[in-house]
Design a protein around this ligand. Structure first.
Ligand code: KIV
Length: 306
């Protein structure tokens, strides 16, 4: 287990309005190892844009994932396969700007790392050089161990991701829960060990039963994050659009909705439509005023010009 000093530079945390609300240390890998050791849960959420990242930082999230799930929840694709490196970089840059003091992880999109170790290092490097992320995440266990090792040996941090891996959902028969037989659970555990041995600083488990999540969390020294992997993991991830009730195309079993914003947003849009159509909006308070006496002068000039 790596150890280290958690007293990284004290950065200023800004409120949504831009005021200073307090000081917080940007977390690093040692913070996460210590949290695992002390049994403190790690809070982890996806973010794809500046305002969400800013709100997440103000709320105090420990980690943010710029997930390739943006393919579905931002771009409306049916899955994550069409997502490109260029899209991931642009969104990671926005999240970095919104959450400069939060640990941000860039999600390696389909075919940005599978083909070779060199490709994996180059893609991870782009995330770091162009978007200033703190780490990258990639999907797969034993079959991507060489890529994880290559990125780590190049000096970067990698989070593994096993269980339901959306980029290979065709091989899994769709977006289905994994490890629901004893044999399949043993395979997942072998993948988890391989990811740790390859040098990943943390691992994400998606859509597996809690008893399997528990064994992996207790077996590995690195922090184990879960999304649909039960309560025993060292931390929890949710997709921000799911938990806020913005993305409604489908809702996985593991999603707890903390808000239902889609309904509220549609209501606000309808109110706006009604007020524009009826002429109620914009009321006087939303209009700019001419300087004192200028409106009269303006009317005079207009009458002379006609
Ligand atoms: O892209 C993403 O948001 C993810 C989660 C589904 C785990 O990888």
């Amino acid at each position: 287990m790596l150890t280290g000093d958690d007293t990284v530079c004290q950065n200023v945390r800004m409120s949504i309005q831009g005021g200073i609300v307090g000081k917080m240390a940007k977390k690093n890998i040692f913070s996460f190892y210590q949290m695992k050791e002390k049994g403190e849960k790690i809070t982890y959420l996806t973010a794809y844009d500046f305002p969400t990242a800013r709100m997440a930082e103000v709320a105090g999230l420990d980690m943010l994932l710029v997930g390739d799930s943006l393919g579905m929840v931002v771009y409306g694709y049916e899955g994550t396969l069409p997502v490109t490196m260029d899209q991931m970089i642009v969104h990671s840059q926005a999240v970095r700007r919104g959450a400069p003091n939060t640990f941000v992880i860039g999600d390696m999109p389909f075919l940005s790392y599978q083909q070779s170790v060199t490709e994996a290092i180059e893609s991870a490097g782009r995330f770091h050089k162009e978007a200033g992320v703190d780490a990258v995440k990639l999907e797969g266990g034993r079959r991507v161990a060489a890529q994880i090792r290559g990125i780590v040996e190049s000096g970067m941090l990698v989070m593994g991701h096993i269980g339901l891996t959306p980029q290979s959902s065709a091989q899994l028969g769709g977006f289905k829960a994994q490890a629901n037989t004893a044999e399949a659970a043993m395979e997942i555990i072998a993948d988890a060990r391989a990811v740790e041995e390859a040098g990943a600083f943390a691992i994400l488990l998606e859509a597996i039963p809690p008893e399997v999540g528990k064994v992996i969390t207790e077996t590995l020294k690195i922090p184990v994050l879960g999304i649909g992997a039960g309560p025993h993991c060292d931390g929890q991830l949710l997709i921000v659009s799911d938990m806020l009730g913005i993305f409604e195309a489908f809702t996985p079993k593991f999603v707890k909705k903390y808000a239902s914003l889609a309904g509220e947003i549609v209501t606000a849009f309808q109110e706006y439509i009604n007020e524009v159509r009826s002429g109620k909006f914009p009321e006087e308070q939303y209009c700019y005023k001419m300087k004192a006496g200028e409106a009269e002068k303006f009317r005079e000039l207009l009458s002379k010009s006609s």
